[in-house]
Design a protein around this ligand. Structure first.
Ligand SMILES: *Cc1c(COP(=O)(O)O)cnc(C)c1O
Length: 388
């Protein structure tokens, strides 16, 4: 029955969840699973957080959707808050990460073409992930996702992540933008180095190109800072946000500098659902919880607890090769197929995500408790023992 009605785009585990609470998901038989996937870095406050539930109830009783013909205070308040928190100037709202990057590609194209008809090139990184729609896919440096869907966007070129020379070699006046993730989430949880990001910032300034940071996964507190780029003391021209922004309610956003946003005129782009009051109310609630209610301030403490335990496990289990990442976007690089280990963790009722073939991704809700972290690590150790 399960396979009868959905187009088989996903390979799924044989688990059904119809109820969740906090860091926990409950299957049909009432078994409790510790959810350290969080909808892939989405459910920042865990499942059914009372503030988010209340916001959705209230806002759905007030106004859900009005079209972008009109103004709305909730939408403006979220835009203002995002600008203040990023020190950037203007926001475009959409519904997902890939849509945020599609809007960004159009801004980059327009920005370049206003300067010169030949200024169209976008440089992206190998092993990046920017989304599944054709524009974002064109700047996603992974053959496995691209190969069956060519032809893709022209005037894009691939550089090597953390290799500044490879970017430098591609830079000239035809480049309109460079896009990268401050932490590559989908290919092993790899952080950009400070030299790399600041070096690209300088190259972009020199060639009058925009620096785009994809914070869809690393943003909204996941890295321990509100945005991962805040570790690097750089200022991007554009950032894309989605995943954690609505805490489970779909919303994406582009935050832009004046320089990037000034080339845009009405009619250049749009989204019917983008920036509806209900989604924006969720975004505001997430920011209130993260910042005003100090959930963000706890992320690095929780991260330290997790990392210390993982490093301790590494001493006893050489199967663990490296612990990577920042905040609660952590990768454990294994000397073994990550898929098999993830499956065994599931048997222990611990949900973990993959990243690369040998990297497991640990993405608990940012609200995860100390006890839950200890419990998860006990379950993880039970699995490690099976591979000894
Ligand atoms: C998930 C992700 C996207 C795509 O987001 P969707 O909401 O699935 O379209 C883009 N960039 C990064 C870095 C991501 O992790």
């Amino acid at each position: 029955m399960k396979n009868d009605y959905l187009i088989p785009f996903y390979s799924k585990y044989d688990l059904t969840f119809n109820y969740g609470q906090g860091s926990w998901l409950y299957d049909d038989n009432g078994n409790a699973y510790l959810d350290f996937i969080s909808g892939i870095a989405v459910n920042a406050l865990g499942h059914c957080h009372p503030s988010l539930v209340e916001t959705i109830q209230k806002q759905s009783n007030t106004l859900m959707n009005i079209s972008n013909y009109f103004w709305n205070d909730t939408v403006l308040n979220l835009a203002k808050r995002l600008c203040e928190l990023t020190d950037l100037s203007k926001v475009f709202f959409c519904n997902s990460g890939t849509e945020a990057n599609e809007a960004i590609i159009k801004i980059a194209r327009k920005y370049g073409s206003n300067i010169s008809p030949n200024k169209k090139k976008i440089i992206y990184m190998k092993n990046s992930f920017h989304g599944r729609t054709l524009g974002s896919l064109s700047i996603t440096g992974q053959e496995k996702y691209q190969k069956k869907f060519r032809p893709l966007l022209e005037d894009v070129q691939e550089a090597i992540f953390n290799d500044l020379k490879s970017v430098e070699a591609l830079m000239d006046d035809s480049v309109s933008a460079v896009i990268l993730e401050p932490i590559q989430g989908e290919c092993g949880v790899i952080s950009a180095t400070k030299e790399f990001i600041t070096g690209i910032r300088k190259l972009c300034d020199h060639y009058n190109a925009l620096l785009i940071l994809d914070e869809v996964q690393s943003g909204m507190g996941r890295s321990g800072h509100l945005f991962a780029y805040q570790y690097f003391n750089v200022k991007p021209d554009l950032i894309s946000i989605a995943k954690g922004l609505g805490g489970g309610f779909p919303i994406g956003a582009v935050v832009a500098s004046d320089k990037a946003a000034n080339c845009i005129e009405p009619g250049d782009h749009g989204s019917t659902f983008g920036g509806n009051p209900l989604a924006c109310a969720c975004g505001l609630t997430i920011l209130e919880e993260l910042i005003d209610n100090h959930i963000l301030a706890q992320v690095n403490k929780k991260s330290n607890q997790l990392v210390a335990k993982l490093k301790e496990l590494q001493e006893s289990y050489p199967l663990i090769q490296e612990v990577r990442g920042k905040g609660l976007l952590l990768g454990v690089h294994m000397k073994h197929s990550s898929k098999e280990i993830i499956k065994k963790c599931m048997e222990q009722k611990l949900l973990l995500a993959g990243s690369s073939n040998e990297t497991i991704r640990i993405l608990p809700p940012l609200t995860v408790s100390e006890e839950e972290i200890n419990l998860a690590m006990n379950r993880f150790e039970t699995v490690l023992k099976q591979f000894k």
